[in-house]
Design a protein around this ligand. Structure first.
Ligand code: AP5
Ligand code: MG
Length: 215
């Protein structure tokens, strides 16, 4: 099962992708997580990406396409994958199409987590992130339940960066919806409700459960 989790910043892509990974044992490929790991390790890519991410802009397409090309070549993607945060621009989507054709794969479904801006701003302002496994938790959580690490606030969850991320999403990433809708790939999932309410909607959208979703 090859999936794309699509949605604005804070819509719950990471949260729902982690749940799909646990259920189907296919890798969750988050380009944001990959970039944050590079920043943490202080690699040349991390040094280049850090200021771009901190202000809420996008890392250049050619870099992102190279990252995904390498990641999809790994053997753990043989039975499927969940992309989260890529593609984010039309050139990225076109490059991904060419890459998927090259490796003989295609998307089974694009799941669009629909959440309006005021709710996104509220979620991101309070989001806590584990510096070890990158999982995210709602406001008020202080310790990672998996590894016990003290949770931190992401640098790009500060108000100015959140505003910029939402603006960049609307101008550069929203056009992807029509790109994938024109191929009948998009299932729209109402992304407001509890995390546990949304999970069955996502399962239904990918054809693996019962719940409420529509195309
Ligand atoms: P990335 O890490 O992908 O950030 P994002 O798209 O802004 O999305 P988020 O991770 O902020 O949100 P999410 O949808 O995963 O929500 P989450 O599940 O955490 O990218 C970061 C940066 O990297 C980009 O800005 C860019 O600079 C760069 N980058 C990455 N990919 C790139 C690309 N392809 N091209 C160029 N640059 C790229 O949930 C959010 C919060 O809400 C959490 O606290 C969670 O617990 C809570 N929550 C989840 N579900 C619910 C619910 N149902 N109700 C209430 N709270 C909920
Ligand atoms: Mg995320």
């Amino acid at each position: 099962m090859n999936l794309l989790l699509y949605g604005p910043p804070g819509s719950g892509k990471g949260t729902q992708a982690a749940m799909l990974h646990d259920r189907f044992d296919i890798p969750h490929i988050s380009t944001g997580d990959i970039l944050r790991a590079e920043v943490k390790s202080g690699t040349p890519l991390g040094k280049q990406a850090q200021p771009i991410m901190a202000r809420g802009d996008y890392v250049p397409d050619d870099i992102m396409i190279g990252i995904i090309r390498n990641r999809l070549a790994q053997p753990d993607t043989a039975n499927g994958f969940i992309l989260d945060g890529f593609p984010r621009t039309i050139p990225q989507a076109e490059a991904l199409d060419r890459l998927l054709t090259e490796i003989g794969k295609e998307f089974d479904r694009v799941v669009y987590l629909k959440v309006e801006t005021p709710e996104l701003v509220k979620r991101l302002a309070g989001r806590m992130t584990c510096p070890v496994d990158q999982k995210t938790y709602p406001p008020g959580t202080t310790t990672c339940p998996t590894d016990g690490a003290a949770l931190i606030q992401r640098e790009d969850d500060k108000p100015e960066a959140v505003k910029q991320r939402i603006e960049v999403y609307l101008s550069k990433t929203l056009p992807l919806l029509d790109y994938y809708r024109s191929r009948g790939l998009v299932s729209e999932v109402e992304g407001v409700g509890t995390i546990e309410e949304i999970h069955p909607r996502v399962l239904k959208a990918v054809g693996r459960g019962s719940g409420v979703a529509n195309s």
